[in-house]
Design a protein around this ligand. Structure first.
Ligand SMILES: [Zn+2]
Length: 82
């Protein structure tokens, strides 16, 4: 049984040990790591909402670059302060 992730829109498999006939809890998307609150009744999704947005797999190099850019913004912001 699978649930469509609200963030990356990919189907994520529900762990086999969950009771899909009656489950109300959280699952983590395997693709982006988002935390979803799902309610399953008789193997059907009754409710699905986003608890915490995850991030699609990122390139570590790109992440470093983004961090560096963030620091630059911070610096220029501090420089503008009187
Ligand atoms: Zn996802």
């Amino acid at each position: 049984m699978k649930v469509e992730c609200l963030v990356c829109l990919k189907e994520t498999a529900i762990p086999k040990n969950l009771d899909i006939l009656n489950y109300d809890g959280q699952i983590t998307c395997r693709e982006c790591g988002s935390l979803l609150q799902v309610k399953l009744v008789k193997s059907k999704v009754q409710q699905c909402k986003l608890v915490r947005e995850g991030h699609p797999k990122v390139d570590p190099a790109k992440l470093l670059e983004a961090l560096r850019e963030a620091k630059e913004v911070e610096k220029s912001w501090l420089a503008k302060k009187p």
